[in-house]
Design a protein. Structure first.
Lengths: 327, 80
């Protein structure tokens, strides 16, 4: 995440990136999986397709026929710029001999979580920050983001059955549980673990029709969540901590949405959840804190731009039939 | 100020009504403004990132340019 703030927000790096085709991806799959794309990457970078332990995080410049032109893992924009300059020089040198790039000789993977993108559902982006005072204060930094997805068939679970002002419903339990376990987690400073289903103490969300304009219903949402674990339950995530990290996170939620009752889609959807967290996990950057003390945290969710399709971190744990799982 | 924040999550009865503890619809806009990323926190989005290595390779081949590939534990454009 620090790279977003330091390297990729630097105007010189942004300008330099125009000489390349920029792409971003999750590194663990590329290090470990056996599909042709992952083997291609490892062969290009390491000269052999074997799976790699450790971490291959960083920035690479590659030709489409698998030549590595540059590589660095740095949060220093000067160092990254130097690597990019060198890689571009190599590319120009190559191009004198080989003026056209060759198409990559790989096939797309059989499975990516992005394959489950709910085109006609609700794809939310979720932002998280520490909260140390009232909303009028300057926001603390950093902000981190993730996504939460709901399929089209799940959306009526957010909506009262009648379009009468004042109609109220409890949002379907599975939907608020998804937010509680996977969205309302402390990854403000870095990756963390989700809450297991056993950790959910409170997951309540109500939805009320507050206005109706022809077939568009305005909804108010409100509720609360609490998840708490002593850390002994390893949970269902791929990655398991080798230590038990006791932690909890509670929120109060408020939100507004506009529902197109004809098309059964949301035209807008915004939630704010303000709460308190305790504890830490291995990599979430809270090692300098008093773990027993509560700290403020806030989340903001809204509909993601349609071209942003990066999958939610814990989509593999949704337990929903519409999520395409690997073979 | 933390006390104010924590007061928002004091356990209360099941929410049959919108919460009366300060987190109401009127507060939504203020908190949204507070929590949403600022423009300077989103500058990295000015780069036209392809969201998978496959898209990057495809477009690099089409454009006859090298691919700049940014890899992190956790997707760099999502939660990392």
């Amino acid at each position: 995440m620090v790279g977003r703030r330091s390297v990729w927000s630097d105007a010189r790096v942004i300008a330099a990136s125009a000489s390349f085709v920029p792409a971003a991806d999750e590194v663990w799959r590329l290090q470990q999986n056996d599909d042709p794309e992952c083997r291609w990457f490892r062969s290009a970078v390491r000269g052999a397709p074997d799976a790699v332990a450790g971490s291959m995080q960083g920035t690479y410049v590659l030709t489409t026929d698998g030549e590595l032109l540059g590589r660095i893992n740095s949060a220093n924009p000067e160092h990254v710029l130097k690597m990019l300059d060198g890689a571009l020089s190599k590319w120009r040198s190559l191009n004198r001999e080989r003026p056209r790039a060759t198409a990559p000789i790989i096939t797309l993977p059989d499975h990516r979580w992005e394959d489950s993108y709910p085109s006609d559902g609700l794809a939310l982006e979720r932002f998280a920050r520490d909260v140390n005072g009232p909303a009028t204060d300057a926001p603390s930094r950093p902000v981190n983001q993730d996504a939460v997805w709901f399929a089209a068939g799940e959306l009526p679970g957010f909506v009262p059955s009648s379009g009468n002002v004042g109609a109220v419903r409890d949002v379907a339990p599975g939907l608020i549980e998804r937010l509680t376990r996977f969205a309302f987690v402390d990854n403000v400073r870095g990756q963390t673990l989700p809450f297991s289903s056993k950790a959910v103490r409170v997951a309540e969300l109500k939805s009320e029709v507050t206005a109706v304009n022809e077939k568009v219903w305005t909804l108010r949402l409100w509720g609360r969540t609490t998840a708490e674990t002593d850390g002994s339950d390893p949970g269902e995530a791929y990655w398991k901590s080798n230590r038990a990290w006791p932690r909890s996170l509670s929120t109060n939620i408020i939100g507004e949405a506009r529902w197109d009752a004809t098309r059964e889609r949301f035209l807008s959807f915004e939630l704010v959840a303000i709460g308190a967290r305790k504890g830490r996990t291995t990599f979430n950057g809270r090692h300098r804190e008093q773990n027993a003390a509560p700290h403020g945290i806030g989340f903001f969710l809204k509909i993601a731009p349609r071209d942003h399709r990066v999958a939610p971190t814990y989509i593999n744990l949704y337990g929903a039939a519409w999520v395409k799982m690997p073979e | 100020m933390l006390a104010l924040v924590l007061s928002l999550v004091t356990p209360c009865a099941a929410p049959q009504e919108p919460p009366a503890d300060g987190l109401d619809v009127a507060a939504l806009a203020a908190w949204r403004e507070h929590l949403a990323p600022r423009a300077e926190e989103q500058r990295w989005r000015e780069i036209p990132w392809r969201q998978t290595i496959g898209e990057g390779l495809r477009d690099a081949a089409t454009a006859a340019r090298p691919m700049l590939l940014w890899l992190m534990n956790g997707h760099p454009l999502g939660c990392t």
